[in-house]
Design a binder for this molecule. Structure first.
Ligand code: NAD
Ligand code: TDX
Length: 331
């Protein structure tokens, strides 16, 4: 299969490219604008005869049209992805996440090319801590932030293009990913690199907010499963039963890194901070036979800590500017 992977130089997209090279015989073209969140290094080591990078914008209709025409399927990861940034400046979120997805939809419609659209569980809003229910494919949309609202908008566009124009698309909504190549602005890499640097980890508010963690490799295998076995027009939720509150995660990181588990700071909470995400992925498991490999969050976290220790050159250049931006907001 010749695959066009948008956002393939970002965190999850680059992990997906490594998965494709290791587990399939696909040829891959990455289309990526190389925003602050991307890195060419995340694609280093992949064979050039199977993986190539086109630097460009998913909102560039001519470029997208030409690339889509040259491929058998598009896996669409490209997005502005950080909630905190969407609170400071929503504009690029509307442009890339909504207009960019529209641009891809028009190209796959014209050329009859298969699309898999990668989305997030945040489109469903949040759950109470004691709610026995988890998100499932029929949970109503109720996004809280400009980021999650823009992703919800992109999901609605994909569904409308399936229904109105017969576009051959599937969708997935996944929970919080962790693993290598994640930008240091995000929760887990920020805290790991803080400890490496002798800074104290920063916990928003009381830290009781729950996230449902999945390793990026498991997200990749789920996307490949849906791309190859999923039913057109359907949505699949991806999750690995990894609920942890943020306080527990910071304590785990500190302990795994040999520090006292109370050596962190409480900082200003995120505006509109979603309380809890939790995914019921039973449809994906039952209908398509997918299973996560990383079942033990602590050992996945330990490997991720080791990766950030070994790849300081990769994240070092971003660290000070990320921390100054957070500090200016009291975070
Ligand atoms: P990321 O920010 O690490 O990477 C996004 C990539 O998209 C970057 O390489 C960036 O350069 C590229 N990009 C941004 N705007 C672009 C544009 N206009 N044209 C071309 N490329 C552009 O994000 P991520 O965490 O890897 O997330 C990837 C996808 O997965 C997103 O769609 C996100 O909504 C979704 N998702 C993420 C998570 C998570 O936990 N990170 C969970 C569920 C779903
Ligand atoms: O320093 C921090 N301290 C802190 O307590 C940061 C950066 C975050 N947090 C909290 C906020 C969240 O409750 O940690 C939790 C995780 O924060 P993020 O890493 O920013 O992730 P989140 O907002 O949950 O969104 C992530 O998962 C869903 C991705 O960034 C999204 O792209 C994805 O859709």
């Amino acid at each position: 299969m010749r695959l066009l992977v948008t956002g393939g130089a970002g965190f999850i997209g680059s992990n997906f490219c490594h998965y494709l090279v290791g587990q399939t015989d696909s040829e891959v073209t990455v289309l990526d604008k190389l925003t602050y969140a991307a890195s060419r290094e995340s694609l280093q080591g992949l064979p050039s005869e199977r993986v190539s990078l086109v630097v460009g914008d998913i909102c560039d209709a001519d470029l997208v049209d030409r690339l889509v025409d040259e491929h058998d399927a598009v896996v669409h990861y490209a997005a502005e992805s950080h909630n905190d940034n969407s609170l400071s400046d929503p504009s690029p979120f509307i442009q890339t996440n909504i207009v960019g997805t529209f641009t891809i939809l028009e190209a796959v419609r014209k050329h009859g090319v298969r699309l898999h659209h990668v989305s997030t569980d945040e489109v469903y809003g949040d759950l109470e801590l004691d709610d026995p229910d988890r998100f499932c494919e029929t949970t109503p949309y109720n996004p809280s932030s400009p980021y999650s609202a823009s992703k919800a908008g992109s999901d609605h566009l994909v569904r409308a293009w399936v229904r109105s124009f017969g576009v051959q698309a599937t969708l997935s909504n996944c929970s919080n990913n962790y693993g290598p190549w994640q930008h240091v602005e995000k929760f887990i890499p920020r805290q790991i690199t803080n400890v490496i640097d002798g800074r104290r980890p920063k916990l928003y508010g009381a830290g009781l907010n729950v996230r449902d963690w999945i390793h990026a490799d498991d997200h990749s295998s789920a996307v490949w499963t849906i791309l190859t076995k999923g039913e057109i027009g359907q949505t699949y939720l991806i999750g690995a039963d990894g609920e942890q509150n943020n306080l527990e995660v910071i304590r785990m990181i500190l302990t795994l890194m040999g520090q006292p588990d109370d050596a962190f700071d409480h900082v200003t909470d995120r505006a509109g901070h979603d309380l809890r995400y939790a995914i019921d992925s039973s449809r994906l498991r039952r209908e398509l036979g997918w299973r996560p490999v990383y079942r033990d969050f602590a050992s996945g976290l330990e490997r991720t800590i080791a990766w950030y220790r070994e790849h300081e050159d990769w994240w070092r250049g971003h660290k000070d500017s990320v921390e100054s931006a957070y500090a200016s907001k009291g975070q």
